[in-house]
Ligand binder design. Structure first.
Ligand code: ZN
Length: 178
């Protein structure tokens, strides 16, 4: 369970309990321990032609930026970046990197706003929409978590690199871990 989208100062959260299944803990390819995701999240994100490979295994999400595997099951099924309909935050960098799936913000949206105004309204907008009950992150976000933690982390990194023009601003793998 995650409290990443708990609104500061309130008890609201769209965190979801994940059923603990005995999925193989480590990604077969990179060896990183993935986090469990529900089958409905996998079903929502894989391309139509991949749906018949979703067969009731206990799935995990591999968070490693360099690893092609997005989901792996305890019986050996893998879904890679190319098997998914959308770009995956943890596997993408640059302006096209999604930071909020519910409301459609990318890293580029935040970066452009920071460049032109010195700040960004995206975290506040996302918080407001979550408070309004419009968050469906556990389905819409491929990692099965609320996007707000990733939004805040990305904005913090962009603000830091905007304040230090010499910094490369490039994403490290730490930035991409959920
Ligand atoms: Zn992996």
């Amino acid at each position: 369970m995650s409290d990443c989208c708990a609104i500061e100062g309130s008890a609201e959260s769209c965190a979801t309990m994940f059923s603990e299944k005995s999925a193989t803990a480590k990604c077969f390819v990179c060896g990183t321990e993935g986090r469990p995701v529900e089958q409905q999240t996998v079903l929502h994100h894989v391309k139509h032609e991949q749906l018949d490979r979703v067969n009731g295994e206990a799935y995990r999400f591999c968070p490693d930026l360099k690893c092609e595997v997005v989901y792996y099951g305890d019986h050996g099924t893998r879904f890679s970046v190319d098997d998914l309909r959308e770009l995956v935050t943890a596997k993408t960098h640059g302006d096209q990197r999604p930071i909020c799936y519910c409301f459609g913000f990318t890293e580029g949206d935040a970066r452009k706003e920071i460049v032109s105004t010195g700040k960004t309204t995206i975290p506040a907008t996302v918080s407001r929409l979550i408070k309004g009950g419009m968050c469906a992150c556990e389905i819409r976000n491929p990692v099965g978590l609320c996007c707000l933690g990733e939004v805040n982390k990305t904005v913090k990194r962009l603000l830091t690199s905007a304040a230090e023009p010499d910094a490369s601003g490039s994403a490290t793998s730490d930035d991409c871990r959920a």
